[in-house]
Ligand binder design. Structure first.
Ligand code: NAI
Length: 685
């Protein structure tokens, strides 16, 4: 309890650092505190508050699945106790009020917030809906539009953005407790019954209209997640009597808990946290990072520089000539200009970020930096030359990283006098948006260098995953196996649009052929030409991609690839040329083309991923199976609510999985590496 500015108003302060998660102990203490103030005749009103960091960030995730989560008083009972309190209870919000934390505030008789407080109902991101009145009380207080928006996006909003609604009785810049005490005292003076969200009435017609509109607008990915429909069912009930609405909310909430989507989302949440942790033997102090240099200001270099600027680091951007440097600088200033224009960033913040950028062609500038990230052309000789130059100027102890997609980290490290300081930091495009960061360990990379890579990932707000130094690391290696399988399916009888459709139906953001067209076929073409010399002629290889490239069909940028992109038309078109090439490929291999079902396409594509995941896990390229799922979800558009290929495989019938993997090996033909039962068991355990 805090000393109150007004002796008649008792202040109850939630005290469960760091974020006041609503553990069983805290829930019990709230009820006890309410009972104590009710029993105290000197108290006329109550203020319920948290810390400057958090009113409350909601449920205690460590209680999930334990008896304490469902032990009385559950949150609903706490809220009911507050609602029926004989003295008015005013929530005073600072920091974050999320999920159950916001529901706690919604059940109070009034709310006062500091302008910068952040409120949100993020349950949808875990495959759930608010389960303690949020779907009923938020629409009543904030209006149906804002409520739908907050609950569908799961993203928090600041209190000052919501100041005009009934959600807050007052929004203040300072003096939160005083303001809340004032409101509490006024309520006490006005006398019971205290105001409450449950007594507000919504316009039934407006609720119906908005909810059915929202239902029509659900996109494919949302339709695959039952929480979206459930949310709309619950909000749809908010125009009726509160008890009925709460009952609908409860039944939908309980039905969602056991869905595989909710389990998968919870699993991903935990897997991302785990991926930050290095194995025990590598857990050492990272080296300090304040200044960072990026070499190469192309697509990736500019993106990486933006991440670092946004994280308040000083950035040196180095290019081979003034013209390339000017293009890089332009990329960065265009990025900030568009963020400002879109209202996503203040002018001052954008200027401050760019002021930390030092663009140069002078290699001596590297002499004082803590980390160097190389992002020049993907050619070993070019990268080796760049690393020789870095080695000549960087200070001892600086961490030297390459953003290579496929090259051997050791071959790059070997040209320096300090291979122990070299590692891979594989960002994804666009680097300022994509969260994944593969942190690659070379044969000689020291533990504190890896720890610095992981720590830098955190500073840049990425999800870093430790990978071994093997072709394609984790992500590209699995993606290549997946893509190859999809090409086999073309030869077996499917068309690109059928494969793409089947995989977007599963939940991928895009199908593999649409992705290939978007990123350009020439990258894979170059790689395949390099591999052609050593490829075993008995290996199954579908030549369509090379043939498309030979015809100048490099993907969207050339107006055609696996699809045609006629000028002026927005949707890609299927193309007779592509079909001819595919039919010829089938004939050349003596394949009688047949129709493939959506399920077969989906399962073969996923099994190819699972097989490769088991192989690379056996090879020690990934530390934990869940890291593989993090990579696929964060970097490759794998639907988060399916958890990743490992999570998916764990849900399958083991006998069927083994049978289908056997068939996959037959279809893959000569040289296809199949994970054996032991490898599969190690992955899925
Ligand atoms: P890019 O071609 O857009 O940019 C490369 C830049 O490096 C150019 O501006 C070039 O002038 C500069 N450069 C070349 N040689 C240099 C030297 N000796 N000294 C200084 N600067 C030099 O290439 P992009 O796409 O940015 O790729 C860079 C690296 O990132 C490659 O290793 C690539 O494999 C990797 N990568 C690319 C991804 C993508 O989607 N584009 C994704 C992940 C990694």
């Amino acid at each position: 309890m805090l000393a109150s500015p007004n002796p008649e108003v008792s202040v109850i302060t939630l005290d469960n650092p760091p974020l006041n998660s609503l553990s069983h102990a805290l829930r019990s203490r709230i009820v006890a505190a309410i009972e104590a103030v009710e029993a105290d005749p000197a108290v006329r009103a109550v203020v319920l508050t948290g810390s400057a960091r958090a009113f409350s960030a909601g449920a205690d995730v460590s209680e999930f699945g334990t008896p304490r989560q469902l032990a009385e008083p559950i949150l609903r009972s706490v809220l009911e106790r507050i609602r029926t309190c004989t003295k008015p209870v005013v929530a005073a919000l600072d920091g974050v009020a999320l999920g159950g934390g916001l529901e706690l505030a919604l059940a109070c008789h009034a709310r006062v917030a500091s302008a910068k407080a952040k409120v949100g109902l993020p349950e949808i991101t875990l495959g759930l809906i608010p389960g303690s009145g949020g779907t009923q009380r938020l629409p009543r207080l904030a209006g149906i539009d804002i409520a739908l928006d907050l609950m569908r996006s799961g993203a928090p909003r600041s209190a000052d953005q919501l100041a005009g609604t009934r959600l807050f009785d007052r929004v203040v810049d300072a003096g939160l407790i005083e303001a809340a005490s004032d409101v509490a005292r006024q309520l006490a003076e006005a006398g019971a019954p205290w105001p409450h969200a449950d007594r507000l009435k919504l316009d039934a017609e407006q609720v119906d209209t908005q909810v059915s509109l929202a239902r029509q607008r659900l996109n494919t990915r949302q339709r695959l997640q039952p929480a979206y429909e459930a949310l709309l069912d619950a909000v749809g009930a908010s125009a009726g009597p509160i008890d009925e609405g709460l009952a609908v909310e409860r039944s939908r909430f309980l039905a969602l808990i056991g869905t595989h989507q909710a389990q998968a989302l919870r699993y991903q949440f935990k897997a991302e946290r785990d991926s930050h942790r290095l194995p025990q033997t590598l857990q050492v102090e990272p080296r300090p990072v304040a200044t960072l240099a990026v070499i190469g200001a192309g697509t990736m270099g500019a993106g990486i520089a933006i991440c670092a600027l946004d994280a308040s680091l000083d950035v040196i951007l180095l290019e081979q000539d003034e013209a390339a440097l000017a293009r890089g600088r332009q990329r960065i200033s265009d990025h900030y200009a568009s963020r400002v224009a879109a209202g996503k960033l203040g002018v001052a913040t954008a200027e401050a970020a760019q002021a930390r950028l030092h663009a140069t062609c002078d290699w001596q500038a590297l002499s004082r930096v803590d980390v160097v990230i190389e992002a020049v052309f993907e050619e070993l000789a070019v990268k080796q030359e760049v690393f020789r130059r870095i080695d000549a100027v960087a200070r001892r102890g600086a961490v030297l990283a390459t953003n290579t997609s496929y090259l051997d980290i050791d071959a790059i490290a070997a040209v320096t006098s300090r291979p122990q300081d070299v590692l891979g930091l594989h960002f994804f495009s666009p680097a300022q948006v994509m969260k994944l960061l593969e942190v690659i360990r070379g044969a000689e990379t020291r533990a504190d260098v890896l720890a610095t890579g992981m720590a830098l990932g955190k500073i840049l707000r990425k999800v870093p995953v430790l990978c071994g130094n093997a072709f394609g690391f984790i992500g590209n290696r699995i993606y290549n196996a997946y893509r190859r399988q999809c090409e086999f399916m073309l030869e077996d009888g499917a068309w690109p649009e059928q494969v793409d459709q089947a995989l977007t139906d599963f939940g991928f953001a895009m199908g593999p052929f649409a992705v290939a067209d978007l990123s350009g076929l020439d990258i894979a073409w170059r790689m395949r030409r390099a591999q052609a010399a050593t490829r075993d002629p008995r290996e199954r290889h579908v030549p369509v991609l090379e043939q498309l490239c030979e015809q100048g069909r490099l993907g969207q940028k050339s107006g055609a690839g696996y699809y045609g992109y006629p000028e002026g038309k927005r949707a890609p078109e299927t193309d007779a040329t592509v079909r001819d090439l595919i039919v010829q490929a089938s004939a050349a291999r003596g394949i009688q083309r047949r129709a493939l079902t959506t399920e077969e396409i989906q399962r073969r594509a996923l099994l190819a991923m699972v097989n490769e995941a088991a192989c690379l896990f056996a090879d020690g390229v990934a530390t934990r199976p869940s890291d593989i799922d993090v990579v696929l979800v964060q970097g490759y558009g794998f639907p988060r609510w399916e958890g990743g290929p490992v999570f998916w495989a764990r849900r399958q019938d083991p006998a069927r999985l083994a049978r289908e993997l056997g068939r996959l090996a037959e279809e893959g033909g000569h040289g296809m590496r199949l994970a054996d039962a032991t490898m599969l068991a190690a992955l899925l355990d």
